[in-house]
Design a binder for this molecule. Sequence first.
Ligand SMILES: Nc1nc2c(ncn2[C@@H]2O[C@H](COP(=O)(O)OP(=O)(O)OP(=O)(O)O)[C@@H](O)[C@H]2O)c(=O)[nH]1
Ligand SMILES: [K+]
Ligand SMILES: [Mg+2]
Length: 436
Amino acid sequence: MTDTIFALASGAGRAAIAVLRLTGSDTALIVAALAGRLPPPRHASLRPLRDAAGEVLDEALVLWFPGPRSYTGEDSAELHLHGGPAVLAGVSAALLGAGARPAEPGEFTRRAFLNGRMDLTAAEGVADLIEAETAAQRRQALRQAGGALAERYAGWAERLTRLLAHQEAAIEFAEDGLPNDLEDRMRAGAAALAAEIGAHLDDGGRGERLRDGVWVAIVGAPNAGKSSLLNALAGREAAIVSAQAGTTRDVVEVRLELAGVPVWLADTAGLREASDAIEAEGVRRARRRAAEADLVVAVFAADQAPDAATLELLAPGVLVLANKMDLAAAPAELGGVAPLPVSARTGAGLDALRAALEAAVAARAGHSGEAPLTRPRHRAALREAAGWLAEAGAAPLPELGAEALRAALRALGRLTGRVGVEEVLDVVFGDFCIGK
Ligand SMILES: Nc1nc2c(ncn2[C@@H]2O[C@H](COP(=O)(O)OP(=O)(O)OP(=O)(O)O)[C@@H](O)[C@H]2O)c(=O)[nH]1
Ligand SMILES: [K+]
Ligand SMILES: [Mg+2]
């Protein structure tokens, strides 16, 4: 027996149609109480919905999904109502009166997980799909919701279980004094699995970046034209531009979408020995932002000698710009680095700049063949599993090897939700919206 829960599954506010979703043991009874009788499974039927006093609240499309072939695995239903607030209030009150209760955030998907309809990574994929704002985010979330990570991790858990079974057999045979090579095979298997997990972890954070956004920091000398370039890329006057050196102090951030990836583009204070405390704090923030950024864009003014502070930030992977090309015949020599020539004033080179940014962002985030891990939670659990596998491979006693394999299995179990899940459930489902 489960509580029967309901929630608005469509957006809040006045709309043409509002979808109320129900799931739980008494779904059939409750729907029949409002709609008179249950429609045939998975067929939409138009029905008057009545309250306990018999007043018609709405003419609604009623859908009935008997478990276990439903999203949650339990008896479920959808009521497609007219979207006005009074209709919604009336039907909600009738559902409450009939014994249903409002759902907690994520409770539908939580039940789907508990009923074995999906693992935790797939449930997280559903949450990401609801949050997805760009096409690349949508593709990544859809793959994960479809079980791309679940399958891989379940495969690893299966291999681990087999290694553990062999290790336990090795322990038994040793007690019987029989020679066996089971331990050697365990060591080889643990090393191979640890290497595979290591390769998966060593993805440069592509999946997490696509989910959270790529951080790009524009840095350079005062008056190089950083704010002008930010505004040009954002298509609006987000940052103040002036001829006065030291105009920008705080970090000014705009959100862009480049190559289907969300990007946080930050304009920063010009790098120099600041004359006052506020500007000095701005320069400190600029340096910190550059250090934390996934991509640094270093801007030089083409009509000036390159400044030492910006030159110091040049490293492989930094995108180097020579701005104000309208004022110079050729960009200054930057020690072998070929800057991208642009002019924020005339717009020359801005298309090439955008293309270079897209390429750099695409190289740092998103799809590269296999489905990437997408959350720090995944990274932590996989690191732990790989660590225990290394320990298993090096264990001086077979019993310790078995113990390490069990610990690795538990770490994978927390990742997929198969073992020791209670403590992670709230973390995973807490950030869901109600109705999913
Ligand atoms: N001729 C020319 N002037 C430019 C160009 N880009 C910016 N400027 C001018 O250069 C001056 C400084 O521009 P900003 O965008 O404020 O420069 P900044 O790097 O943000 O400066 P700080 O915030 O003070 O570090 C302004 O007067 C701009 O109009 C350009 O491509 N060509
Ligand atoms: K300026
Ligand atoms: Mg500025």
